[in-house]
Design a protein around this ligand. Structure first.
Ligand code: AMP
Ligand code: ZN
Length: 135
């Protein structure tokens, strides 16, 4: 049988593998870098932020490498819904009994530092400082 070039699916897979090899959060999911894991299922991973800004500060990430919220596609709809549904449940188990804050930093303007989509969940007992001040 003659040699064939890679299919577009194979090229896309190689691209995905390359991104995952170099990504800090993919390394955490693989266990190559240690993290304080608080939750894991087939699609989602959650762990404490290494530099917490409040008593509760964890990150919820998809196991599938998506660089940022700007990169999501229709096919990610169920995954994103699953992540959002998990937020209040995990927040409660982590000690947020009266609310919390969710943040998704996106891109340069959003101050994103790690380019693997993540939801920050921040809280504790005390009211958090106001983030958006009107007037
Ligand atoms: P962002 O600015 O939204 O990209 O936030 C990235 C977050 O990842 C920051 O809050 C960091 O403290 C956190 N972070 C960076 N490296 C690690 C790590 N090895 N384990 C846990 N959290 C991390
Ligand atoms: Zn990644």
């Amino acid at each position: 049988m003659g040699k064939r070039g890679p299919t577009s699916g194979e090229i896309a897979q190689e691209e995905q593998d390359r991104k995952m090899d170099n990504c800090l959060f993919c390394k955490i999911i693989r266990g190559d870098i240690p993290a304080n894991k608080i939750y894991e299922d087939d699609d989602i991973f959650a762990f404490n932020d290494i530099n917490p800004v409040a008593p509760v500060h964890f990150l919820l990430i998809p196991k599938f490498h998506i660089a940022a919220l700007t990169e999501v596609e229709d096919k990610h709809q169920i995954l994103l819904g699953k992540m959002l549904l998990l937020v209040p449940r995990l927040a409660k188990t982590q000690g947020c009994t009266d609310g919390f804050r969710t943040i998704i930093n996106t891109g340069h303007v959003g101050g994103q530092e790690v380019f693997h989509l993540h939801i920050h969940v921040i809280g504790g007992i005390e009211r958090l400082p106001v983030m958006i001040r009107h007037g």
